[in-house]
Ligand binder design. Structure first.
Ligand SMILES: Nc1ncnc2c1ncn2[C@@H]1O[C@H](COP(=O)(O)OP(=O)(O)O)[C@@H](O)[C@H]1O
Ligand SMILES: [Mg+2]
Length: 294
């Protein structure tokens, strides 16, 4: 049975229970989304937990996650539905001669010949799902307009078949890395959640959740260093994803401290641009303890 949360607190605890530590507004917005039935637009830099929030909500609400990964050039055929041309063709060939065209035509534009894509799957599912429309900023405005219609009416028109009304209402999350401004019309229909790099305490808790075996002193130092790196003016500051990767790497290497040598050896786990590497090595490396002589 899908879960219907009764309070913000319940959503917060529920998300924690499935391995996601929500920030201050996250639980609130997620709760409202389940109650008001409005989509949530989650914006923020890469690697701060936007996609994972949708996955975690699915786990917590015990709903299946249906994911539409957006990309440049994504069209309705890949997002909504498509006719299965190959199957249609086979049917036409199989029936050639016997049945008249009218009968075959009625037949090949039936549900059996339809390929469901994520948006149609989400609204026609007998059990309510969590629908994740990931990285919506990668599509164009035309696609956004089509989506708008779907998100306000929860129905899809298929010319040959008729209208498909939603059987259940999904909890919808749209994510954006902010690579382009989304339309006002879309924003108006959504609740809004901005996810940023978390406060140090919060990020420490996230890192410890993912790598409980890493000594606490190392984890605390890691968060401090990550903060120093983010404060620099670099191309791509490390995100939570990099903090977690770094923690895993340090754990594997059995590091008991982050000194200059450890930092230099593992720097490429958190910084991934040639120029950033130089800046960070220069500006942050020197602030760390020199390596202990063995
Ligand atoms: N609040 C959080 N609690 C637990 N793990 C988190 C949290 N935020 C981010 N993460 C972890 O950080 C990584 C990156 O998250 P992801 O959702 O892929 O980022 P985004 O979609 O914003 O680019 C994932 O491994 C995710 O599990
Ligand atoms: Mg993502």
């Amino acid at each position: 049975m899908p879960i219907t949360p009764a309070s913000v607190q319940e959503v917060g605890d529920g998300l924690k229970g499935v391995g996601y530590l929500p920030g201050p507004s996250t639980a609130l917005v997620a709760f409202l989304a389940t109650k008001l039935g409005k989509p949530v637009l989650v914006e923020g830099p890469a690697g701060v937990g936007k996609t994972e929030l949708a996955k975690a909500l699915g786990r917590y609400l015990q709903r299946e996650l249906v994911r539409l990964q957006c990309y440049e050039g994504l069209d309705e055929a890949k997002a909504l539905y498509e006719w299965n041309y190959r199957k249609q063709l086979l049917r036409i060939q199989a029936e050639a001669g016997d049945a008249g065209w009218d009968r075959v035509q009625d037949d090949i534009f039936g549900a059996d010949f339809l390929l469901e894509r994520p948006l149609l799957t989400a609204i026609s599912s007998p059990e309510p799902v969590v629908l994740l429309i990931d990285e919506i900023d990668k599509t164009d405005q035309e696609f956004e307009a089509m989506l708008l219609e779907l998100l306000s009416d929860f129905q899809i028109s298929i010319p040959e078949l008729g209208r498909v009304d939603a059987t259940t209402h999904p909890v919808v999350l749209l994510t954006s890395n902010n690579s382009r401004e989304l339309t006002e019309a879309l924003k108006r229909r959504c609740l809004y959640l901005w996810l940023d790099y978390p406060e140090p305490d919060h990020e420490l808790a996230i890192v410890r959740l993912h790598t409980p075996e890493l000594p606490e002193t190392v984890a605390t130092k890691l968060i401090e260093v990550i903060g120093m790196v983010r404060a620099l003016d670099i191309k791509k500051p490390p995100s939570i994803a990099e903090s977690i990767d770094w923690a895993r790497a340090l754990l594997l290497l059995g590091a008991s401290d982050i000194d200059q040598e450890t930092f230099r050896d593992t720097l490429s786990v958190i910084v991934k641009h040639r120029t950033d590497l130089d800046t960070v090595a220069e500006r942050v490396g020197i602030k760390l303890e020199p390596a202990q002589a063995a």
